[in-house]
Write a protein that binds this ligand. Sequence first.
Ligand code: ASP
Length: 635
Amino acid sequence: MPTQFASPYRTHTCGELRATDAGKPAQLSGWVNRRRDQGGLIFLDLRDRHGITQVVIDRTDAPAAHEAASKVRGEFVVTVAGQVAKRLEGTENKRLPTGEVELQGTDLTILNEAKTPPFYVNDPEAQIDETLRLKYRYLDIRREPMARRLLLRSQLVHAIRDAHHKAGFIEIETPNLIKATPEGARDFLVPSRLQPGNVYALPQSPQQLKQLLMVAGVDRYFQIARCFRDEDLRGDRQPEFTQLDLEMSFVDEAAVMDFVESMIIEVSRSVMPERPLQTVPFPRLTYAEAMDRYGTDKPDLRFGMEIVNLAAALTGPDGKPASGFRVFDDNLAAGGVVKSIAAPGMAGATRREIDELVESAKRLGAGGLAHLAVEETGTVKGPIAKFLGDDGAERLTAAAGATPGDLVLIVADTAKVANEVLGKLRLEIGTKLGLADDNVLAYEWITRFPMYEWDAENERWHATHNPFSGVLPEDEPLLVTASGDPYRPSPKDPAGKARAMQYDVVLNGWELGGGSVRIWRRDLLEKSLALQGHSAEAMHEKFGALLDAFDYGAPPHGGIAFGIDRWAALFSKQSNIREVMAFPKTQTGNDLMLEAPSEPEPEQLAELGLKFVGRRGSVAGPAGDGAAGTVENLA
Ligand code: ASP
């Protein structure tokens, strides 16, 4: 990338010069990656985020520059002018794009000195304690891996913007100081100075605002939006994170999904041309199918090992359980399920490996885990084989989809437990056996989620995804309570069976995005909010603007939001979103570099009319102990 603007410091970046530039004058500026002093010659590897170029300074040709270069240390900022020359044959560096040339420096100025950094900035492979990386993030970002990932993230956002502009979307910024927009997490509150006693909430998402933009006639909106959720941090969570947020008018589920799918394909192909998309068009699974076949609503479809229901292979002609193995038969008779996965090539698993699998299954909530090995000869072996008989054992392993060499793992339990346990074992085994191709991008859609789940503690229905999600038209009659009083929800309500016009996008086993076609009629939204436990006053208090707006002509609308941090992490093959965020926080919510959060000045509190009455400190340790936290507890 040429430096297209005039600069007193450089004519080129450190990644730019090539053999065709030989003979030309050039000036480079950057950080000293390495210095080699060979007496009469000093070599400097000069680095900026674009690359590294070798500079050589000859004492005979340029005594003053040589003198200055002899004072230079790693990470000093220097500017060097001279002439580009081809390197002598045999001394080229094939690993560098600039490796065929060097800059023969005649003038060198030290622009700034640097202390010895706390870690090797010039070693991309160095294993560095993450606490140090976060404290000195500006040095960490100087390192090639972080610089590369931030560049990739920028390319991702650029491609997203391009795709939306092409499709007629308008980019609109919504405010960060708003009233709570719930997404199921705690709000971050900002006290108002001008209105003491009142607070703003930072948006958990721009959900209500984007819906209001649809009422405003914006038609197609998108935003790269910062969202704030005060929840306990996990590997893929941060208190503030970035969403691609979009909303469209006059759409049904298919219309949103069509646009979004084409946008994802366009973005993926432009940002990650070297990584194949596993299946196009993306597979579409209902929530029920995903749970049944993969035990999760975000299955990693890069490998098979599907969960199989063995009922047919275990029942006799009269439809009664008759496998001969009591645990299976009794469980089936009691309305449970017997399900399995077939682990490829694991028939030879040792006793210890099997014990470990059984332990895992129990830890995950199963009463036990049965197994049958299909040997290379086709013979089926395992402790339960004698109960099933040769035929029965073979019928079972065939139904499980096992081929010679496979180990069939079986759970007999409720459908919920069996799916969950086998789903997790599938993932553990898949990871251990390396079944998922690291390079492939496997996107899929999950649809038809339940609208609600019962929240026993608060005696209300809790929206599984989004309080404003629409209900499938055929399920609309289900949005009623058993009591007939819309404000008295109970677990017996038909609403528990209603399915949402909700769709999630999953990438390689990570939930990447989720959205829905919304409720866009006031009466229906009030019904749904009442089921969610809001009284008429409370819904007016919390969602009054949206409800009122629906009285002034709301178009049918729907949208979706994507975790940009997750997307960038998956594109850069990272398992933690901190690796694609410039300045992330630790698990205890600390910014180790700025040492935030910190105690406010007493005057600031006074101005806000606030007084601190709690116990000062942090989860990680004493107040101000910004550096608390090791790499383990950051994970
Ligand atoms: N606001 C939702 C979320 O943040 C996404 C959406 O439904 O558009 O998950």
